[in-house]
Write a protein that binds this ligand. Structure first.
Ligand code: NAD
Length: 265
């Protein structure tokens, strides 16, 4: 990205981690960060990233003079998480940002939900996001440059989605929105900002999986927002660069809801 125009959006020289970036929203946002000049590390549970990953990594080197790396990490493995994050920060002598996009979804009615399934949901979507943020904040504080942390919540953290039976998922996303406010309060003195993005329905593998069981949702869900359509992962590129960069330097403890107006009526 040119530093002559809108320099506050540049991520040049910054090192940013994106969890859940083997595919989906995380990978698309990682690409935007690369285009804005950052070195990006994708952290994900999958042994290898999706086929979309390599072309983006190649573009990063060739077109933007930066790098996209992959580290297999389960956000539930806190020791491993801290070791991987610590090694990345040590290699660059800095750590500037995080997008915590790793998350899971499960559709089960409240009367049938098991404690084991609920715990698994909260372990990944809440504790996993919390521990990823903590691992990153420790390094940001160690290297002393401050930083920006973005947690991927959901509009499902603020509303009950009509016809989507996901009590634990929605509760987990509400927890993420609140967690960000508390982290923002505790880490503000270290010049670390913490915000959430609350997307509406995005057509990714996560949502495609729901369409397999309920194909009619392809038709009904788009009618639930004011724009009458699903969103695409690339519609969250700008938000990623905005929140990670100096363009949002006075924004912390906030939720950026991007849901086509779904929760506004
Ligand atoms: P996705 O399933 O395509 O991507 C999620 C990624 O997280 C996967 O690559 C998966 O391997 C990884 N992951 C899961 N558990 C992990 C763990 N324990 N450790 C490390 N990585 C793990 O889904 P997506 O749609 O791209 O979702 C990304 C984020 O956006 C999620 O937090 C999701 O809840 C949120 N979100 C999605 C939608 C939507 O409609 N797709 C809407 C709102 C919010």
């Amino acid at each position: 990205m040119s530093t002559k125009s809108l320099p506050e959006f540049s991520l040049s020289g910054k090192v940013i981690l994106v969890s859940g970036a083997a595919r989906g929203l995380g990978l698309t946002q990682a690409e935007a960060l690369l285009e804005a000049g950052a070195t990006v590390y994708a952290l994900d549970l999958l042994p290898a990233p999706s086929p979309d990953f390599e072309p983006i990594a190649a573009r990063a080197e060739k077109e933007f003079g930066t790098r996209l790396h992959y580290r297999q990490v389960d956000v539930r493995e806190v020791e491993q998480l801290n070791s991987v994050v610590g090694d990345i920060a040590a290699e660059h002598g800095r750590l500037d940002g995080l997008i915590a996009a790793a998350g899971i979804q499960q559709e089960t009615s409240a009367l049938e939900y098991t404690a084991a399934d609920a715990n698994r949901m909260f372990e990944v979507n809440v504790t996993g996001v919390f521990m990823t943020s903590q691992a990153v904040a420790k390094q940001m504080i160690k290297y002393g440059n401050g930083g920006s942390i973005v947690l991927i919540a959901s509009m499902s953290g603020s509303v009950a989605n009509k016809g989507l039976i996901c009590p634990a998922y929605n509760a987990s996303k509400a927890a993420v929105i609140q967690l960000a406010r508390n982290l923002a309060m505790e880490w503000g003195p270290h010049n670390i900002r913490v915000n959430t993005i609350s997307p509406g329905y995005i057509v990714t593998a996560m949502v495609e999986a729901l369409f397999v069981r309920y194909p009619e949702r392809r038709e009904t869900w788009p009618k639930d927002n004011m724009l009458g359509r699903f969103s695409r992962p690339d519609e969250y590129r700008g938000a990623a660069v905005f929140l990670l960069s100096g363009a949002s330097s006075f924004m912390t403890g906030a939720d950026l809801r991007m849901d086509g107006g779904h929760s506004a009526w």
